[in-house]
Design a binder for this molecule. Sequence first.
Ligand code: PEP
Ligand code: MG
Length: 311
Amino acid sequence: PTAHVESQDGCAEVIPTASPIRLAANISTLVEARQVSRCGAREVGLCRTELLFPSRQQAPSLERQIQIYSHIARECAPAPVTFRLLDAGGDKPLPWLNKGSEPNPALGWHGIRVLLDQPELLDTQLKALLEVSRQYCIRIMVPMVTELEEVLAVKARLHALAAELEVAAPELGTMVETPSAAMLADVLAEELDFFSIGSNDLAQYTLAVDRDNPRVADRLNAVSPALVRLMALVVDAARPKGLAVTLCGELAANPDYLPLWLSLGIDGLSMQAGALAHIRQRLMDPLLVPERQALLAARSVSELSTLLQKA
Ligand code: PEP
Ligand code: MG
């Protein structure tokens, strides 16, 4: 809950009466899982499962996956953990996948595409997560979605396996990290329980900026009007269906953008544990927040930053 006080220069002052945005942690290792309760995160917004089995020469077995996901969930409890399905991507190669080289890995065989092409891999991971869900509160998130069919296919397998194992299916959500998923957010919202905006990839694919190229890194770490409009689409599609929208890319940890997330109506921010204290502190202070309409009307990066500087 927040109080908005109109001011004269198009900004609305927000006086937090409690933290208006849920703060969550991103984790990729057991060590990071151990820090979750200490840093006060109420949930884990993103567990990058592809990074939990780094040096293995073969796909992790069902038993090994159950073991490690349970361990993670136990370390984080009572905070619920959002496990992202294996997201082998251009920047996250899994040695045992034998992907071979691709001319353009960022546009290639990655994320959910791999899992749907290798149903055994998808089923094993879903079964492991379903087993863990018997004991711990977890959610499942699909990476690199571009089409409705991908979501429907994962949802069908999740529900079939849950029925087989006689366990209730956990909440299912998707990363929104391609412009295609953002444009289809209203359609995807019909099928899912939550959205998580992955700003690293959403910026990469929207702005045609290679996230692994330091020469263009500043473009990836600044918010552009196109990105703001896509994010607004996602929030507006989620709202009527009651889906929460979390932001879990690197931008979430940048305090300068807090007024932007508040104005857009983002429900949660998930970031590396080390950044949480600072963000929490900034959320305790009164913040000036630009009007949503003004943000959506911004035509350039500089117009946006002017609005945010005023805020
Ligand atoms: C993202 O794309 O913003 C994201 C959070 O996922 P990753 O960085 O693991 O691709
Ligand atoms: Mg991503």
